[in-house]
Design a protein around this ligand. Structure first.
Ligand code: SF4
Length: 180
């Protein structure tokens, strides 16, 4: 029987959730025996297969029109969508931007920070897309599994991946909702 295909991507995220995934260490070899790991931001293949994958994992909040496109593409191409990490689950630290006017937040980030020199300017390019209000993933697409944590604990990520790899929907409750 063919192994289930898994793909992941990131939206408005730091790399912490994917680093936590790598922190499952040698157990990733066990997961690789059970699943076909396809596109991820940290491998050469960047987009989920056009003919679909079994499990899609997204980290990060939706903060840009390009994030919306990535979220909708993953939703369209996967059977089970996992929101991995607080940013994907409820907006996380990225959603703090909603407390400020967009122009104010961009100016602070790209022009006024103490580490920015006189060359600082707000980036603008069609490739980046346009900023939107920050939203949790479920506000843009339907989500099947929520894995909170900033980042989620590697043991929880391992549990989630191994359950999904064996065709089960993971239950995130009790001690799996504790993180440090
Ligand atoms: S949940 Fe935390 S670790 Fe994951 S992308 Fe957001 S800020 Fe980074």
């Amino acid at each position: 029987m063919a192994k289930p295909k898994i793909a992941s991507d990131w939206l408005a995220a730091c790399a912490g959730c994917h680093m936590s995934l790598l922190d499952i260490d040698e157990r990733i070899a066990e997961i690789a025996k059970l699943v076909d790991i396809r596109a991820t931001p940290i491998t050469d293949l960047k987009e989920p297969d056009e003919d679909g994958v079994d499990v899609g994992i997204l980290t990060g909040a939706v903060n840009l029109t390009t994030n919306e496109e990535v979220a909708k593409r993953m939703r369209a191409r996967c059977k089970i969508l996992v929101a991995m990490g607080d940013c994907a689950v409820f907006g996380g630290v990225v959603a703090m931007r909603n407390f400020f006017k967009l122009e104010e937040a961009l100016r602070r980030a790209y022009v006024e920070t103490e580490s920015t020199d006189e060359e600082g300017k707000i980036p603008s390019s069609p490739e980046l897309g346009s900023p939107t209000p920050v939203r949790a993933l479920r506000e843009v697409v339907d989500v099947d599994v929520f894995v909170p944590g900033c980042p989620p604990d590697p043991d929880v990520i391992y549990y989630v991946l191994s359950e999904l790899a064996q065709g089960r929907i993971p239950e995130i409750k009790d001690e799996k909702l504790h993180w440090h």
